[in-house]
Design a protein around this ligand. Structure first.
Ligand code: GLU
Length: 305
């Protein structure tokens, strides 16, 4: 059975940007009678993760989205991630890296805040330097040895594009598996054939496709949906006003009203001012999804829609 998914990080309530992505992912899957799974990406598990999971699931349900089976949780799957790391290491495809973020930024002479490609500092250390680093109390991350391979990704909304993949992290210095590894292992293990997510993750996709190739896993289809921006043009966040579903309900909106506005913002023709996701299934056409980010106006961030 083809399968789609929504994979939120349980770090707080879902905001309308997250809900819009969830609605799009659900419509992609359910309009083709695919299964749909929910996966909580809680690699950075904190005590409040469980509470956030429950609240996120409740918001999805309230909006009218459903999923098959019990939600998956990444913190239950560290063994699977370590198995993959073991396979890559056995194939000579990993190395330890002691660089701090600051050192990487400086070596790549990149301005603060920019994502940079790893310059390869620890790729071929001498035995002496490695022994020195092993004696230091610095934690070592584990990187993939892929030395700037070019990878082409095809996205259903953005088309085809090629980028160079750097030696990215597989396991962080604190021992936690990295997002790019976990997501690839999980999508394969959970049978996900269609990844629909926000387009801030478009740039991670090359790394994930690279890993799929090395691990002999299938590459799902990708559709990266534009983000929702706040009135000030920044990425939407809680501080921007009434942006969660409970906030919207307090502001006077019904979940069906929220669905109608989110669907229209995606480019779906919505015949009524309130609608359920199920009633959108017939009207959903992936090729009409708008590719511009949707900017919330100031009045939308504060009053009823
Ligand atoms: N957990 C990620 C997030 O909440 C999404 C990862 C993915 O969809 O691949 O932004």
């Amino acid at each position: 059975m083809p399968t789609g998914r929504f994979a939120p990080s349980p770090t707080g309530d879902l905001h309308i940007g997250n809900l819009r992505t969830a609605l799009a992912a659900w419509l992609f899957a359910r309009s083709t009678s695919s299964d749909f799974v929910l996966r909580f990406e809680d690699l950075d598990r904190v005590t409040s993760s469980l509470e956030h999971e429950a609240r996120q699931a409740e918001s999805l349900r309230l909006l009218g989205l459903d999923w098959d089976g019990r939600p998956f949780r990444q913190s239950d799957r560290f063994d699977a991630y370590e198995d993959a790391i073991g396979d890559l290491t056995d194939a000579g495809l990993t190395y330890r890296c002691w660089c701090s973020r600051r050192e990487i930024r400086e070596a790549a002479s990149a301005p603060h805040g920019r994502t940079v490609s790893y310059p390869g500092t620890c790729r071929d250390l001498t035995a002496r330097r490695m022994a020195e680093l092993e004696r230091s109390d610095r934690p070592a991350a584990l990187r993939l040895r892929c030395s700037s391979t070019r990878v082409t990704v095809v996205d259903r909304l953005h088309g085809e594009f090629t980028a160079e993949v750097d030696d990215f992290v597989l396991r962080r210095g604190d021992g936690v598996p990295a997002y790019n590894l976990a997501v690839v292992i999980d999508d394969a293990a959970q049978g996900v054939q269609e990844v629909v997510r926000a387009d801030d993750l478009l740039e991670s996709t090359h790394r994930q496709v690279m890993l799929q190739g090395l691990l002999g896993l299938p590459t799902p289809s990708y559709a990266h949906v534009p983000l929702v921006l706040a009135p000030d043009g920044a990425r939407l966040a809680k501080r921007h006003g009434a942006v969660t579903l409970p906030d919207r309900v307090t502001a006077g909106d019904t979940p069906e009203r929220v669905t109608a506005v989110l669907a229209a913002s995606l480019g779906i023709e919505v015949p009524e001012s309130e609608i359920t996701p199920v009633r959108l299934l017939d009207r959903f056409d992936p090729s009409s999804i708008l590719l511009e980010p949707w900017t919330l106006s100031s009045s939308m961030a504060t009053s009823a829609w």
